[in-house]
Design a protein around this ligand. Sequence first.
Ligand code: FRU
Length: 519
Amino acid sequence: MKRTTLPLFFALLLALVSCKTEKADPNAASLSPREEHRPAYHFTPDSMWMNDPNGMVFYEGEYHLFYQYYPDSTVWGPMHWGHAVSKDLVSWEHLPIAIYPDSLGLIFSGSAVVDWNNSSGFGQNGKPPLIAIFTQHDMAGERAQTLDFQVQSMAYSLDKGRTWTMYEGNPIVPNPGIRDFRDPKVSWHEATKQWVMIFAAKDRVRFYTSPDLKAWTFASEFGEKLGAHGGVWECPDMFPLSVEGTNLSKWVILSSINPGAPNVGSGTQYFVGEFDGKTFTPDNAFAGETAHWLDYGRDNYAGVTWSDIPASDGRRLFIGWMSNWSYATVVPTERWRSATTLPRTLSLRQTEGGLRLSSMPVRELEKLRSEAHPLAAMTLSGEKTLPVSGPLLELDLEWETGDTPPVTFGLKLFNSLGEEVRIGYRTIDNQYFIDRSKAGKSAFSDNFAGLHIAPRQVSGNRYTMRIWLDVASAELFADGGLTTMTDIFFPNEDFGQVAVFSEGGEVKVRGMVWGVRGF
Ligand code: FRU
């Protein structure tokens, strides 16, 4: 007995002592090596698998971010709603899993609203309930090859989203026999004083309406043969948005699609039009097969917008999943998989080609800026390394092309291993691009390395590029956000250096570069 307990006693003592030393050392956290490819200022789950952002709602000073989460593996599996909150859209506090699967199925994507008038009756003591509405996916039904294994369900919370009670009347929208029938986004339609639900039904969206969030009536469908149809539609959203600089308000539908995006795999298209409480009527420019894309990069999918942002703020805030189903489950991260995009403000802008949706990172992110390095105006031909250290940078670059032959210009991130990412514009066919064909690891998927392009939405010889760089991603917002590209990458060494370049002729460039503080 004694012989065995004594070593155990010492082992415990040792553990206690080492624990104490670690706690007493204020630098302990920074001494532990950073996990390879873990973003420094984008949201990631601490561990395990994440996909779509879900249920984003603002309530009592907190931005909620729920997300598709599988707590038992780093690849997709039975879905739960993970949960985090933020007071500023910049730093996030991880909270326990919010919603677990039950007998009706897994918890797929969906939305959340504040039921201000307690139309559902779940509120208590004058406090409105938070209502989450999501798809439940019945694995057994799918295996049995039935068609009706996805339904819409609801749950409510009376403690700021910390705990949720499943509604006993679930499902609230049964399935009429449509195999892909999912991802409800609910909002209050003030003009007709009713709740509206939009969700994806195979190759289009469906609208339902309700007085109380529990009883739903089919209203209409939208999207058959309109826009892109290379895959099923998923995770739609619909909201009003005013056209910048006017009193005009339009309705915008976001609809993710997989596959079928312009640069292969998953992507998000949008439509602009009118909505009367029952039916969405697209403007002419959005009533054909030409698709318009929220982001042309490979890695912005299933994004939707926050509900209940106060009118005094007035912004339409968006966040997406920064990955692509083409390779999401095999990217080379160890303890977790996936990140979200930066939160973005959406706007509608009148351009030469008509109304276009623009995205820009939310202004709150500016508080991550550290030292500023002005980039004095210069005429550039070839390559010039900037006196800043990456990879965590925000750049605001203005370019001007002259009367030159076709030029390709932009920003290059690189490391000492010869790996690089190029982000820029080529005048020969008027395309922005992100080229990650030499960006480091790519053997995990045939579909990863490559050059991605995006058409310009305006003309003229002046170009602006806002670029946010994290350890494993680049987000480009060109021409004030009218062309947006988001791409991830996995270099074998951080991209510690950046250069501006111009090939084929001269361009003028100037701007500002900020260091970005990670967490
Ligand atoms: C989109 C999606 C949704 C679905 C969820 C499942 O990425 O396929 O349509 O609800 O992921 O995790």
